[in-house]
Design a protein around this ligand. Structure first.
Ligand code: NAP
Ligand code: ZN
Ligand code: ZN
Length: 352
C-alpha cells in the first residue's frame, strides 16, 4: 500500500504524561477510496482520555491526541464509499479499523480483534504512526467504522454514546438485563449515568451506588429507583445477596468485594471501569453463591449502530456540559474530583 498524501489540521495534544494538553497541528491522510472524511463538530471527554494522556495504562506514545466520542459532518468520501454522502451527520467511536477476517471480526465483535485499531493509541495502518483522536478539527476513517447518528438526537449530547453509551449498553445486553431483575450501577459519571438510563429503559429495577451523596436527586431523575451511598455500611448491608447483575464503572481503586457480597446466587458483576492499579478480589465472596466477576470492552460496530438506533427510538442521549477546547485541562481536574454532570463535550468550533 503506498503512503497516502496528508493534510494538516488543528488539534489539542500533549507531549508527556506531565504536560497539559495544548494547541498543535497534526496530519490526516486524504481520503483513500474507502474513506470518509469528517469535520468534527463535538467530541466527548471520556475518563479513558485522561488515563491515556497521563500514561496510566503504560502504553501511551507522545505526542498524544485523545478523543473517541466523535460526532461530525461528512466533508468528502472516497470513490468506493457506498453508505455515506457529503453532508451527513456521522459518529466515530473507539475503533477505526480491524482485520475484518478473524472470528471476532466475523462475529461483529471488532473490539476483540487482535489487530483492532483504536481511534487513538494504536498504529495507523496507512501512515504507520500512532493514531490520533478526536480533539481535532477533522478525522478520516474507513467507511465500515463510521456510524449513523439518528436525526432526532441532539448531536452534541449524542457524542458520548460513541463510548460511554456502547460500553454500558453492551454488557447490559450480554447479561440479558431486563424486567424482574435488580440491577446495580456503581459510579455516576459518564459511563454510570448512561448505564442507569439503559438499565431503566430495559425494564430492570435500578439501584445506583455513589460516593457522592449530592448526586442522589440526579440519579433518580436519570432513572434510578434507589440510590445507595456506598460509604454507608448500613445502606450497603441492606442490599446483601439481592442483585442479579451489577455494572461497575468506577475509574479508581475501590473495594470490589463490597459489591460482590451484594450479588445473589449466580449473580454477576461486570467491570467496565479501568483503574490504573489492580483491584483486590477476595475468594470467599465469589465462592459463596457461585458469583462471577467479568469485564467488558466497548462494543462492536453492529452493536454500536444498534445502540444508536435504540437511543433514537427512545430519545436517549447523554446529559452534557459543553466546554471550549481551551477548558480541557480544567475539565480533566474536575473529572478527577467526580465533578462532571455527567459528560463534558468539547464544542469543536472553539478550535477553529
Ligand atoms: P467518570 O465520568 O470520571 O466517572 C467515574 C465515576 O466513578 C465518578 O463519577 C465517581 O462516581 C466514581 N468514582 C471515582 N473515583 C472513585 C473512587 N475513588 N471510589 C469510588 N468511586 C469513584 O469516568 P467515565 O468516563 O465514566 O469512565 C469510568 C471508567 O471506565 C474509566 O476508568 C474509563 O477509563 C473506563 N472506561 C472503560 C471502557 C471499556 O470499554 N471498558 C470504556 C470507556 C471508559 P460517584 O461520584 O457517583 O461515586
Ligand atoms: Zn471512552
Ligand atoms: Zn479481526
Amino acid at each position: 500500500m503506498s503512503t497516502p498524501r496528508v493534510y494538516s489540521v488543528k488539534a489539542y495534544s500533549t507531549t508527556s504524561a506531565q504536560t497539559p494538553l495544548s494547541a498543535s497541528s497534526i496530519s490526516r491522510r486524504f481520503p483513500t477510496p474507502s474513506d470518509v472524511q469528517i469535520d468534527i463538530l463535538y467530541c466527548g471527554v471520556c475518563h479513558s482520555d485522561l488515563h491515556f494522556v497521563r500514561n496510566e495504562w503504560g502504553f501511551t506514545q507522545y505526542p498524544a491526541v485523545p478523543g473517541h466520542e466523535i460526532v461530525g459532518r461528512v466533508t468528502a468520501v472516497g470513490e468506493g464509499v457506498k453508505n455515506f454522502k457529503v453532508g451527513e451527520l456521522v459518529g466515530v467511536g473507539c475503533l477505526v479499523d480491524s482485520c475484518r477476517t478473524c472470528p471476532d471480526c466475523r462475529a461483529g465483535l471488532e473490539q476483540f480483534c487482535p489487530e483492532m485499531v483504536m481511534t487513538y493509541g494504536s498504529t495507523d495502518k496507512h501512515l504507520n504512526v500512532p493514531t490520533l483522536g478526536g480533539y481535532s478539527q477533522s478525522i478520516v476513517v474507513t467507511e465500515d467504522f463510521v456510524l449513523r447518528i439518528p436525526a432526532n438526537l441532539n448531536p452534541a449530547a449524542a457524542a458520548p454514546l460513541l463510548c460511554a453509551g456502547i460500553t454500558t449498553y453492551s454488557p447490559l445486553k450480554h447479561w440479558k438485563v431486563g424486567p424482574g431483575q435488580k440491577v446495580g450501577v456503581v459510579g455516576l459519571g459518564g459511563l454510570g449515568h448512561m448505564g442507569v438510563k439503559f438499565a431503566r429503559a430495559f425494564g430492570a429495577h435500578v439501584v445506583l451506588f455513589t460516593t457522592s451523596p449530592g448526586k442522589t436527586e440526579d440519579a433518580k431523575r436519570l432513572g434510578a429507583h434507589e440510590v445507595v451511598v456506598s460509604k454507608d455500611g448500613a445502606q450497603m448491608n441492606a442490599h446483601a445477596n439481592s442483585f442479579d447483575f451489577i455494572l461497575d464503572t468506577v475509574s479508581a481503586t475501590h473495594d470490589i468485594n463490597a459489591y460482590l457480597n451484594l450479588l445473589k446466587r449466580d449473580g454477576n458483576i461486570t467491570l467496565v471501569g479501568a483503574p490504573e492499579k489492580p483491584l483486590g478480589v477476595a475468594a470467599f465472596p465469589l465462592l459463596f453463591r457461585r458469583r462471577s466477576l467479568s469485564g467488558s470492552l466497548i462494543g462492536g460496530l453492529p452493536e454500536t449502530q444498534e445502540m444508536l438506533d435504540f437511543c433514537g427510538q427512545h430519545s436517549i442521549t447523554s446529559d452534557i456540559e459543553m466546554i471550549a477546547i481551551d477548558q480541557i485541562n480544567t475539565a480533566f481536574e474536575r473529572m478527577l474530583k467526580s465533578d462532571v454532570k455527567y459528560r463534558f463535550v468539547i464544542d469543536m468550533a472553539s478550535l477553529k
